[in-house]
Design a protein. Structure first.
Length: 218
């Protein structure tokens, strides 16, 4: 688990609120266009992106601010490769242009409580009222596979409802939930931040961060 996080400030004004897949697609497109033979043509499984935070306008868009960051986690030995590739790149995210500037490198920080904005699993067709229970069971099984011990729950949103969220992937909407895991040891905290939970991690899903990061996180 020798990994680092690269954070890029953003020059731009807005992004779609649901931009995880579009961000991944823009990065992949630029990888396919590069002549650098050291770079792959797609993001490797061990490289993960986080969606960008911002101020929501409640109608499907966020406004970027000084705390908005594009964040990427990768094995420590790959840091320079991705640092050089992404620095000063301009991406078109569904018509919203952003430039990646002022990169900084951070070490992962252990915390006994981690949160993820959106975690998704491929669930079989089940009755809607049972989805949270099956979802939590999937989270617990995912922790067990990682040999991580912690208490997992779905938090509530500002309205007091379960934090149910969606991700747009092409013409399909993927449903998931926000997740909090408590009672983690330092080793398990770092392991969960590295491996994440669930699928679609190239699109920002399953990205865990210390809860004290608050609005600076995904």
């Amino acid at each position: 688990m020798n990994f680092l996080e690269i954070q890029f400030a953003l020059r731009g004004k807005t992004l779609p609120a649901d931009h995880g897949y579009a961000l991944y697609a823009a990065v992949k497109k630029r990888l396919q266009e590069t002549d650098d033979e050291l770079l792959p043509k797609d993001l490797p499984s061990e490289v993960r992106l986080c969606s960008v935070s911002g101020l929501p306008d409640r109608v499907g868009m966020i406004y970027l601010n000084r705390r908005s960051r594009l964040r990427l986690r990768c094995p420590a030995e790959q840091m320079q490769l991705w640092y050089r590739f992404l620095q000063n790149q301009v991406f078109d995210i569904r018509g919203h242009l952003v430039r990646l500037v002022q990169p900084r490198i951070t070490l992962p920080e252990a915390s006994d409580t981690l949160a993820a904005r959106l975690v998704t699993f491929k669930l079989n067709s089940i009755d809607h009222v049972d989805v949270p229970r099956y979802f939590l069971e999937s989270c617990q099984k995912g922790l067990e596979r990682l040999e991580v011990k912690g208490q997992v729950f779905i938090p509530s949103d500002a309205n007091g409802d379960l934090s149910r969220r969606t991700l747009q992937v092409k013409d399909k909407k993927i449903v998931g939930y926000g997740v909090v895991v408590e009672g983690l040891s330092s080793d398990d905290s770092l392991k969960l931040q590295w491996h994440g939970l669930g699928g679609r991690q190239h699109f920002g899903c399953g990205w865990f961060y210390p809860v004290r990061e608050g609005c600076d996180a995904a």
